[in-house]
Design a protein around this ligand. Structure first.
Ligand SMILES: [Zn+2]
Ligand SMILES: [Zn+2]
Length: 179
């Protein structure tokens, strides 16, 4: 009875779950979907175009800490696949142009995503940071762990954007475990 199953799953899922198809966010259940709404002025927006918006993190972990998000509601990096590589390349490019405005040297730039369930707001957001971190505890929220033995990434709840692009480009998914 696929019809009944769909109905039950539809009830269990949060309403914004469908929004990738419609391109609309759910303002009630997702704080980041409100980031580009004029009624949500608490976001300090520093950059915006048709598809993406960037704003200052309200509790910066590093010297500069920006969140870059797609306007369309995508839950997390775990949902992405090979077809999303183009979007990530675009986000990387925007991130670097924001970091350019801070005159950040390459060695102090860091960009990446959290992998749920840890530390994450469930709307895809690229952390765009200029190091150093404000504390060791903050630094531990964004571990960049290199993979080995053919794996792109080691065990961690954070994936650097270059790692994410290479993993997805191979047709694999971004997960906490090595991939
Ligand atoms: Zn959202
Ligand atoms: Zn995050």
């Amino acid at each position: 009875m696929p019809g009944l199953l769909d109905w039950i799953l539809g009830r269990l899922r949060p309403p914004h779950h469908k929004s990738r198809a419609t391109g609309e966010g759910n303002f009630q259940s997702c704080i980041f979907c409100g980031a580009y709404s004029t009624s949500r002025s608490e976001f300090d927006i520093i950059w915006e175009d048709e598809e993406f918006v960037a704003f200052r993190d309200i509790s910066p972990s590093a010297q500069h800490h920006i969140q870059l998000i797609p306007k369309i509601h995508i839950e997390s990096v775990k949902e992405l696949s090979k077809k999303d590589v183009k979007m990530l390349r675009r986000m990387e490019e925007i991130g670097h142009s924001i970091l350019d405005t801070f005159n950040a040297p390459v060695s102090r730039r860091k960009m990446g995503f959290h992998i749920p369930p840890f530390y994450s707001v469930l709307h895809l957001h690229l952390h765009v940071q200029v190091l150093p971190y404000k504390s060791l505890v903050r630094r531990l929220k964004y571990p960049f762990v290199r993979g080995f033995g053919g794996y792109e990434k080691g065990l961690s709840w954070f994936v650097e954007i270059g790692q994410a692009i290479r993993i997805l480009d191979k047709g694999e998914c971004v997960t906490i475990a090595p991939c």
